[in-house]
Design a protein around this ligand. Structure first.
Ligand SMILES: CC(C)(COP(=O)(O)OP(=O)(O)OC[C@H]1O[C@@H](n2cnc3c(N)ncnc32)[C@H](O)[C@@H]1OP(=O)(O)O)[C@@H](O)C(=O)NCCC(=O)NCCS
Length: 166
């Protein structure tokens, strides 16, 4: 799997981060991280439903050799296209390479399942996320005005980004 090797070698610092498939048993930890990252969190039940959905690929980020989940990435796959539904790293663990390790391994999993195009939406003011996506070659392909409800009651616009992995 060329993608997996590439991102591991150059970005993922594989000696310290482990990225594995998440399952329904991880729902509470993933919901907790999601609630800490987004204005509208997903309940444990909602998270569990996604983790049981066979069209959803879910990855959990951990420190090598530790059980605690520190981040997650969730994508829905339809034929050779995937949409990143959500990605987050626990607030106190950000800025240490976990996001890159997580997204790199997640994209590798998707590529291994035959995905050739990955799309996502991101708040256009979310600089850390935009930098992360750009680092992997995502490019803007559209914009959705006033798409997000923010905690302060205002609305934020979304960039639609895509990555061609073929
Ligand atoms: C986006 C997110 C997953 C990145 O996770 P992370 O563990 O901090 O990411 P990394 O440490 O691997 O950093 C990845 C890149 O993001 C950028 N970045 C990280 N923190 C940043 C910050 N505070 N400001 C600007 N860019 C930042 C950098 O380009 C960094 O690469 P570099 O270290 O090689 O320069 C994390 O910030 C997060 O969970 N945010 C809340 C949830 C969210 O917004 N998800 C995206 C929804 S579309």
């Amino acid at each position: 799997m060329l993608w997996l090797w590439f991102w591991d070698a150059y970005f993922a610092r594989p000696e310290s981060w482990a990225v594995e498939i998440a399952d329904a048993g991880d729902a509470d930890e993933l919901a907790h991280i999601h609630a800490g990252a987004f204005a509208r969190g997903w309940s444990i039940d909602e998270m569990e439903q996604l983790l049981r959905d066979r069209s959803v690929v879910a990855c959990a980020l951990r420190r090598e050799g530790r059980r605690q989940v520190l981040g997650f990435a969730l994508s829905r796959v339809a034929e050779d296209e995937a949409e990143v539904l959500s990605i987050a790293v626990a607030a106190e663990r950000r800025g240490a390479g976990g996001g890159k390790a997580l997204l790199g391994r997640h994209l590798g999993r998707l590529a291994g399942q035959g995905v050739r195009r990955v799309v996502l939406e991101v708040d256009e003011d979310n600089e850390p996320a935009l930098a992360l996506y750009r680092a992997f070659g995502f490019e803007q392909v559209g914009r959705r005005k006033a798409y997000y409800a923010r905690a302060d009651g205002k609305r934020g616009s979304a960039r639609v980004m895509a990555l061609e992995m073929a």
